[in-house]
Design a binder for this molecule. Structure first.
Ligand SMILES: [Zn+2]
Ligand SMILES: [Zn+2]
Length: 221
């Protein structure tokens, strides 16, 4: 068996604990397993940013412009260099089988904060992006959680933006349109929380249409 991320051959780990059990199919080598930094204790309680100063400066700004729009975001891993590399393979090469390797971590982090009651709402891609990638990462994460995605949003226009445009993106127009309203708490699912703009754009439409509570779950922060 080869590591899904680096293609190295995986040495089976036999310990006294698993000696009598059928060995679980390992999908990652030890190095790739360790380099993914799990978020054990979130810094900012709203966005899971890695600092211990309570509500982070970004979230403080959000409370001014988007008060109560997004309840909180829960993330599984830090978006470190290793994670960036995995995401590059995952997202741009359509190689989302990679995420299967982290299925347990994803499920564990999700269920630590959320239940299986709330509908999971996917973030749509533009048509261009969908053709380019062949899959929607948000829906892939929902499937990884063993759930079905609820599509309440549509997206229009171009969404390709460079990092340089990130600052401008915070103030950019809402790219989403609500197709169906919902009057129960929901969880938005996406791959990466960067500025939190995408999630708040989606959340604000849902809240305006009567959704009582919008939370988010992302793989990387
Ligand atoms: Zn590896
Ligand atoms: Zn924050």
């Amino acid at each position: 068996m080869r590591c899904l991320v680096c293609q190295e051959t995986i040495e089976p780990q036999v310990t006294w604990e698993n000696f009598w059990q059928v060995p679980e199919k390992e999908k990652l080598c030890l190095t790739c397993w360790k380099q993914m930094e799990r978020i054990v204790k979130p810094g900012c309680p709203i966005c899971f940013r890695n600092d211990d100063q309570g509500i982070c400066p970004d979230c403080q700004k959000w409370t001014v412009t988007h008060e109560g729009v997004l309840e909180k975001n829960v993330s599984v891993f830090r978006y470190n260099d290793f994670a960036r590399d995995v995401v590059a393979r995952w997202k741009y090469r359509g190689d989302y089988v990679l995420m299967e390797a982290y299925k347990k971590d994803v499920s564990k982090a999700f269920h630590k904060y959320y239940s299986d009651k709330e509908p999971l709402v996917s973030i749509p891609l533009s048509e261009d992006r969908m053709i380019e990638r062949g899959f929607n990462q948000s829906e892939a994460i929902i499937r990884l959680l063993g759930r079905e995605s609820i599509n309440l949003l549509e997206r229009e226009g171009m969404e390709k933006q460079s990092k340089k445009q990130r600052a401008a993106r915070i103030h950019s127009a809402n790219p989403f349109r609500l197709t169906t309203s919902i009057n129960e708490p929901i969880i938005l699912i996406d791959d990466i929380y960067t500025t939190g703009t995408t999630l708040r754009h989606a959340a604000s439409l849902l809240k305006q249409a009567g959704c009582p509570k919008v939370s988010a779950f992302t793989i990387f922060r």
